[in-house]
Design a protein around this ligand. Structure first.
Ligand SMILES: [Fe+2]
Ligand SMILES: [Fe+2]
Length: 233
């Protein structure tokens, strides 16, 4: 489909003058980030502090949790500026993504989640760097180095475990977690995604992002970790 470039919307004030469709699309993206950053921090990052094996690992886990909560705070602040009702960001109204349904119990699981899921987050944030709504573009720019740090932390922590002879635990966590991650990128023929691209809010299709993710994470697992890419169910 031919892409139609949408004129840039530089400020929250300018958003009020846009079409209903554009405003709704912006709201959907902001709500999704606000809800999922908070949910991830609650179910993965904060509990991981207690699972971390050493004071240094706890410090790193604290930093990751702090930053994930801050991502939520930033997106929520933008939601407030736009005038999105807080009820619309209630997790019973806007369900968090299925990748957070994984029951986190061990440190290797957390390391795998950060190495894999935060790489997916990098791809999502990268896509927003060119967003036609500039306040989202600016949030993406601030958030990106932190998401890169999370993925790097995950990769380094997995490598440490592998070097300590615990590669089987990393493989086991991958076997159980990796198969649920492709859903992170949404449906193949998503009407939301089609709308986001038409309005210049996002650049790539869900399938393009998923294919990029699968290729890059497969390389991480095979080349960096020397482990096996789990079969998808
Ligand atoms: Fe985040
Ligand atoms: Fe992150």
């Amino acid at each position: 489909m031919a892409e139609v470039a949408h004129p840039d919307v530089k400020t929250v004030a300018e958003l009020a003058g846009q079409t209903d469709e554009y405003r709704l699309a912006v709201e959907k993206i902001v709500i999704s980030h606000a809800v999922n950053e908070l949910h991830g921090a609650r179910v993965f990052d904060e509990p991981a502090i207690a699972l971390a094996p050493t004071p240094y690992a706890k410090w790193l886990a604290c930093r990751v949790a702090m930053e994930e909560y801050h991502h939520h705070v930033r997106f929520h602040a933008l939601a407030d500026e736009i005038g999105i009702a807080p009820e619309r960001m209630d997790p019973t109204v806007k369900r968090p993504l299925s990748i957070f349904e994984f029951p986190l119990r061990t440190w290797p699981e957390f390391c795998v989640i950060k190495a894999v899921a935060d790489y997916g987050e990098i791809l999502q944030v990268e896509d927003l760097l060119h967003c036609s709504f500039h306040p989202l573009r600016n949030l993406a720019r601030i958030t990106m180095p932190e998401e890169k740090f999370h993925a790097r932390f995950g990769k380094d922590s997995c490598l440490e475990l592998i070097q300590a002879g615990r590669g089987d635990e990393v493989q086991d966590a991958l076997d159980r977690y990796f198969p649920i991650t492709p859903a992170f990128f949404g449906a193949s023929n998503s009407r939301n995604n089609e709308m986001f691209r038409r309005l210049g809010l996002k650049q790539r299709t869900n399938d393009e992002m998923r294919a990029d993710f699968m290729a890059r994470v497969s390389e991480l697992i095979e080349k960096d970790f020397g482990l096996r890419v789990p079969a998808l169910g």
